[in-house]
Design a protein around this ligand. Structure first.
Ligand SMILES: [Zn+2]
Length: 1016
């Protein structure tokens, strides 16, 4: 037979586009349209409904950037349409190629009842089926004119990302506003032909099935009268029935589809707009659930449920009903889909605490899966957090975005730094916005790496970010793909149903050990430094507030601020969303974040101050007390306690000028030589005589790189940035800024480009640590600023702190996997050592760093260079990212073992606080006799029982045995999960012994204890 394949395929495309799809709505009459433009921010629904309207016509421009227009459409169903299905078609000026990321609307009835969302791929509102004829139609649309930030030419700088710079130019033109007859038979024919056409394109050309489908499509096209599509569509469908009924092969891949809309909690829109995006999408999804009995929808992020509960109670009532029916499924059990690289141990834990608790309290549901489809990499600390939260599965799709290496599994056990293994699935469909296209379904089946031992994968299905979620067309396609020859099978299923099946069919999945590093978006560890600092500061202040408020509550009866801490935690958790903390949102989001963090800091400082004053006693007592919130004793001040300030003993600090320029700082522990350029040429650990700085190099060298990635400006730094570098060696001045017995400091001022930097290098008495304070007035564009420390250390690996421990990364680039990690995340420290001697670098607020190695020609020694990433200056999506003043604090700790790195990391983040009072000391509530067991949190139990909750972990990576003693009479001590529920999952030993608990922990093991004080 002659090969006419492309002829029939081209015919299918043209007839569908030009004749069949237009016939879905064979008759239409225009609606009357009027509008009211809200003067500023969104108004309450009642106010929008009541506002006076002025007429507007199709083709008219509307909608200043970030504005809200209340659009009213009215009309009458023609009598001639009696018996037909009638829909309103409301096109606000959508670009259907871009579902989401543009204007959107929520439709209300005149009484304020929400109907559904309006989105580029979802413009219909059902009026009547069947219509009686003569129905009066009145609908109101709360239309948001969110500007398009990410366009067909993506990543161009734009001023549209903040209402303060966006201007008032209308962004959209009203398009179709009609009442129309909906011909369901034609609509079904469109879906038959789409499914078969898309399937056909994926089938092998030499297979019979492809030709069976082709001939059936041809017969269907022959059966259509192009002048009477509506009259002949049913006959055309008859021709397709047989090929649509042919069942899938027994070996077909099995896809669990779940309706979904990945809604970023802020990104190319501000937080307040996400509230409305979620309302529109959930209105759509609850409506779709009512229309489609097989459909299942899942939504993650407890915060988004909380928003609709607060702001759109009518929509929330529908959500609650659908959740109770088991068809609207809360997923993930986290407060938001957070970044996981940067949140602290406690913050990562609290994401699950607050997420799971919300779902438990609102719906009585406990999730067992973590749902993070879009997060930019996963730390080795996360598996233990997931397990301690009472969950056991993880879903993400993001690692498929890695630029270099293809991950070898889709279903596997992921093992974290402590040995916890989590059953993990990467959907092989490689998207969290599946639309049930044949190409996606075929890709999932082909791409699935675990064929032969497993058969199931999941496909989150629907448009996110204001695209409106799953469409009725996707549901119709899924129905056809349920059991179709040549295709994977598709069933709507809850995530837990999928995970249970996947786990059952794959009892011995492969294991991946260590972090799931995303080989992309590496600059999200640095962009928007003030947002990152706000996060780190908030995390530290929350630790202090919980500790001192709990101590004051138990000791003095001061009210514990449960509500305040709950609200502040949720705000901090929200800002750890995977486009806020990573710095990839528009200017508006980061401007607000900075103000929010400042407000939280003031509030937390006040809580801390009140608690410490209650503990210190009357300020008239005149005794100065030092409070130490860090988990290790600081000079004589115990961890978690306070002590009257004493003068430091030991050798005094000195600073002296060098004849060749520069200065030498010394304190009996370190001798630091700063040259005439203000660079550190030597740091000698006086106890061992060991030099820290590699010969022939200079440390604390600021280096400036051009930084213009190929795409994703705020997210990405591309490897080639390293090819060009400017060393900032010229100093404007190098002077002694402090020469006192207890501290000595040298101040170095530099200018470069349009920017200036002042650094202060300080030694304190009794501390084996060089503090480096950096103040940058940053006015560069598309540059990357790093601070380099070339160290005389030979090592193949270094440690970087993560949640509840640290992980190791290589210093070399033997393989493509190692080479791809050219920018990585640390929390408070990185540490590298040779047996017996090491160096830690600690940081109060930065996360990005790189480590490289060279071998010196001069002596054959190895120089291992650690560089902290300080600032970038991308221009998209915020055209002025990071401009202005920044302050950083880092420190170099020579002669540091891992224990020193852990301790100094806490110290730099938790400076002592001085309070004047009347007591001599404040005894800690709990005391540990083992350095490796570190307190992560001390707080009162969230249930208000008055119990004390203490979370500890083994921080050195070894076994630790120790005793946690309490300074109060102890009635009971119970190991708990993160939600503070009694839990037998703790693997180490926890043995209560009167007024304390003996602990034996495995490497990096975390244990949460609920301690009940004895009555009286
Ligand atoms: Zn996202």
């Amino acid at each position: 037979m002659h090969d006419d394949r492309s002829l029939v395929e081209s015919r299918l495309k043209r007839v569908l586009d030009e004749r069949i799809r237009p016939a879905v709505y064979p008759a239409a009459v225009p609606l009357e349209v009027s509008v009211w433009t809200a003067p500023g921010e969104p108004v309450p629904v009642a106010e929008g409904l009541a506002a006076p309207r002025t007429p507007i016509a199709v083709g008219d421009a509307w909608g200043a950037p970030w504005g809200t227009s209340w659009i009213t459409v009215t009309g009458t169903v023609p009598e001639a349409w009696a018996g037909r299905t009638v829909e309103a078609l409301i096109d606000l000026g959508f670009d259907a190629n871009m579902p989401g990321f543009q204007c959107e609307g929520l439709v209300y009835r005149p009484d304020g009842t929400p109907v559904k969302g309006l989105n580029p791929q979802n413009q219909w509102v059902r009026i009547a089926a069947p219509a009686a004829g003569g129905e009066q139609v009145e609908l109101h649309v709360e239309a948001a004119s969110n500007p398009v930030i990410l366009d067909y030419h993506p990543f161009l700088p734009t001023e549209l990302g903040d209402k303060e710079t966006a201007g008032a130019e209308p962004q959209y033109k009203l398009a179709r506003m009609d009442l129309a007859v909906f011909d369901e038979t034609v609509w079904q024919l469109v879906l038959d032909l789409e499914v078969l056409g898309e399937l056909m394109a994926e089938l092998p050309v030499d297979g019979a099935r492809r030709w069976d489908v082709l001939r059936a499509v041809e017969r269907a096209l022959d059966a259509i009268d192009l002048q009477d599509v509506n009259g002949t569509a049913a006959a055309a469908r008859v021709q397709l029935a047989e090929v649509l009924a042919a069942p899938a092969a027994p070996s077909a891949h099995r896809i669990s589809a779940v309706g979904h809309a990945h809604i970023d909690s802020a990104w190319l829109w501000p937080l307040r707009e996400t509230v409305r995006k979620v309302a529109r999408t959930t209105a759509n999804m609850t409506a779709l659930l009512e229309d489609e009995p097989d459909f299942v929808y899942t939504m993650s992020q407890a915060q988004q449920f909380a928003w609709i509960k607060e702001h759109r109670p009518e929509v929330y009532a529908r959500v609650k009903k659908a959740v109770a029916e088991g068809r609207f499924v809360p997923a993930g059990g986290m407060w938001v889909e957070s970044d996981t690289n940067m949140p602290s141990s406690e913050a990562m834990a609290r994401q699950f605490v607050h997420g799971k608790r919300f779902f438990l309290e609102e719906f009585g549901i406990e999730n067992e899966e973590a749902w993070l489809p879009d997060t930019f990499g996963f730390t080795g600390g996360l598996p233990q957090v997931i397990r301690n939260a009472g969950s056991k599965w993880l879903l993400t799709q993001k690692i498929s975005w890695s630029q270099v290496n293809k991950f070898p599994h889709h279903t596997f056990l992921w093992e974290g730094i402590d040995g916890t293994r989590i059953f993990t699935h990467f959907p092989p469909v490689d998207t969290y916005n599946c639309s049930m296209k044949g190409s996606e379904i075929a890709h999932a089946a082909r791409n699935f790496k675990d064929k032969g031992v497993a058969r199931h994968s999941i496909a989150p299905t629907g448009w996110g970010d204001g695209g409106g979620g799953t469409t009725r067309e996707m549901v119709a396609k899924a129905a056809r793909l349920r059991d179709l020859e040549g295709s994977a099978t598709v069933r709507w299923e809850r995530p837990a149903e999928f995970f249970a099946k996947a786990e059952a069919e794959y009892p011995q999945p492969p294991v991946w050990v260590g972090e799931l590093y995303l080989e992309l978006h590496r600059a999200t560890l640095t962009s928007q430094a003030r947002t990152k600092q706000g996060n780190r500061r908030s995390e530290s202040l929350l630790r202090e507030a919980e500790l001192w408020c709990a101590t004051a509550a138990l000791r003095t009866g001061l009210r514990y601020p449960y509500q305040e801490l709950d609200r502040i935690w949720k705000t901090v958790l929200l800002h750890q969303f995977h486009d806020i903390l990573p710095g990839s949102s528009i200017a508006w989001v980061h401007r607000e974040a900075e103000a929010t963090y400042a407000g939280l800091a003031a509030e937390l400082d006040a809580l801390i101050g009140a608690a410490q004053q209650a503990l210190a006693g009357d300020a008239a007592g005149g005794r100065e007390l030092a409070f130490n919130a860090a988990p290790h004793r600081r000079t004589a001040v115990p961890a978690g306690g306070a002590l009257a300030v004493a003068a430091p003993d030991g050798p005094r600090c000195t600073v002296g000028a060098r004849p060749e320029g520069g200065f030498v700082l010394a304190n009996g522990l370190l001798s630091v030589t700063v040259d005439g350029d203000g660079l550190v040429v030597s740091v000698v650990d006086l106890a061992t005589g060991r030099e820290t700085v590699a010969p022939g190099t200079r440390a604390n060298l600021l280096q400036l790189h051009p930084d213009f990635p190929n795409m994703w400006d705020a997210w990405d730094v591309d490897q080639f940035y390293r090819n060009t570098v400017t060393d900032l060696t010229a100093a404007d001045s190098v002077t002694v800024s402090l020469d006192a017995p207890d501290a000595a400091a040298v101040r170095v001022a530099r200018s470069f480009g349009s920017s200036t930097v002042v650094q202060t290098l300080t030694l304190h008495a009794g501390e084996r640590r060089l503090d480096i304070d950096t103040e940058v007035d940053w006015h560069e564009t598309e540059k990357f600023l790093k601070a380099a420390f070339p160290l005389d250390v030979h090592t193949e690996r270094y440690a970087a702190e993560t949640q509840f421990g640290h992980l190791y990364r290589p210093t070399h680039t033997n393989t493509s996997w190692e080479a791809a990690k050219f920018e990585a995340c640390n929390h408070r420290f990185v540490h590298l050592d040779e047996p017996g001697w090491g160096v830690a670098l600690v940081t109060a607020s930065t996360y990005g760093h790189d480590v490289t190695r060279t071998v010196r020609a001069s002596d054959g020694g190895t120089t291992t260079t650690v560089r902290f990433s300080l600032l970038r200056a991308p221009r998209f999506p915020d055209p002025r990212t990071d401009q202005g003043l920044h302050r950083f604090r880092h420190a170099l700790v020579p002669g540091a073992g891992i224990a020193d790195a852990v301790r100094e990391g806490y110290r730099i983040s938790l400076p002592e606080r001085r309070v004047t009072g009347s007591v001599d000391a404040v005894r800690p509530l709990v005391e540990l006799d083992e350095d490796a067991i570190v307190v992560s949190a001390v707080k009162l139990a969230d249930d208000g029982s008055g119990d004390l909750v203490v979370r500890v972990y083994e921080a050195h990576g070894g076994r630790a045995r120790g005793r946690l003693g309490t300074s109060f009479p102890l009635a009971g001590a119970v190991p708990c999960d993160l939600l503070e529920r009694p839990w037998d999952g703790t693997r180490g030993e926890v043995v209560p012994d009167g007024d304390g608990v003996t602990l034996a922990l495995r490497p990096f093991e975390l244990v949460t204890l609920r301690l009940t004080p004895a009555a009286g």
